[in-house]
Ligand binder design. Structure first.
Ligand SMILES: [Zn+2]
Length: 315
């Protein structure tokens, strides 16, 4: 089964994705964006969060959920260092000696780590072994209709150090000023999870694990998404730049085969998703579509999708 979630969230004065520091200035990630204004297209640079940043946060939540269900997580992933068995040094911690057969390498990694099962890996040695991630996440970008109002602005901060004249060296200052560029926007992003890929070989398409273990891992994968959205624990600098705002809308589709909700950067994404699903229904596909806008809170829609998946025997 396949889950696809469109999320809209309002974030004011956030520093969720910083890309570089030049001197005392740390810069927010920005991307070029095509918007229509007065019937003309123009490019604007808007604050954004990379899919990599969101994926990292998701996998951190997955570590926690997996451990709480007593599922295996390798030592690297436990520390939220997602090397993903990238070379012999990291793979040897899971299987030693390292087998020559790519299938055996995949089995060893999937068996010993939920994060690499769900989040994929690339073992870049001989033979190379690659596993695609069972989850996908887009960049978070400003909603199109209001993208022109999205802004990034530097904020001035000061750091102080107590120094007496004996410890003061050269021109070292007791006060250092620095700037953090903050973004403000109504963002949208898409998150997909292919539940059928969990615990199944990417090489042979055969299950690697028993059914109970696969179901438990699917449960962990769903709970991690729930927790990530519910707690808003994604992105950087939350300690002092926790975004002011929150999730304004979610749209969740559960289908038998891959289907992705229309991107929430478009204002009509809910209606369009619904129409697209109706067409699929006509072709014999069963689905659940639930949205949280206004009255319903995001957790209620996510819970509904999880209950439906449970009814369908997904976990
Ligand atoms: Zn791992």
């Amino acid at each position: 089964m396949f889950l696809s979630v469109g999320v809209r969230f309002e974030a004011n004065v956030e520093a969720l994705n910083m890309v570089e520091t030049a001197g005392n200035y740390s810069k927010h990630r920005r991307v070029p964006y095509l918007v229509e204004e007065d019937g003309k297209l123009k490019t604007v640079y808007v604050p954004a969060l990379s899919g990599e940043s969101l994926a990292h946060a998701y996998q951190e939540h997955l570590v926690r959920e997996a451990l709480s269900l007593n599922l295996p997580v390798c030592d690297d992933c436990r520390r939220n260092e997602f090397y993903k068995s990238m070379n012999k040094v990291h793979l040897k911690k899971k299987v030693n000696p390292i087998p020559d057969d790519p299938k055996k390498i995949e089995v060893a990694i999937v068996q010993s780590c939920v994060i690499e099962d769900v989040g994929g890996f690339l073992y870049a040695e001989k033979p190379p072994v690659r596993r695609s991630s069972a989850f996908q996440v887009s960049y978070a970008l400003p909603v199109k209709s209001v993208a022109l109002f999205a802004t990034s602005e530097p904020q001035l901060h000061a750091r102080h150090a107590q120094m007496d004249s004996s410890s003061k060296k050269g021109n070292a200052s007791e006060q250092m000023i620095y700037y953090v560029e903050t973004g403000t926007a109504l963002y949208g992003f898409t998150f997909n999870l292919d539940l059928n890929a969990i615990g199944v070989s990417a090489i042979t398409s055969e299950p690697i694990l028993n059914e109970n273990e696969i179901k438990a891992r699917r449960e962990a994968a769903l709970k991690a998404l729930f927790r990530m959205l519910s707690s808003a624990q994604f992105g950087a600098k939350l300690s002092r730049f926790f975004p002011v705002g929150g999730i304004t809308e979610v749209a969740v589709a559960v289908t038998e085969h891959p289907f992705v909700v229309t991107s929430p950067i478009y204002d009509d994404y809910i209606a369009r998703t619904e129409r697209r699903l109706k067409v699929l229904e006509g072709l014999g596909e069963k689905y659940l579509f639930t949205v949280a806008t206004g009255e319903k809170v995001p957790e209620e829609a996510l819970k509904e999708a999880m209950d439906y998946l449970k009814e369908q025997g997904a976990f």
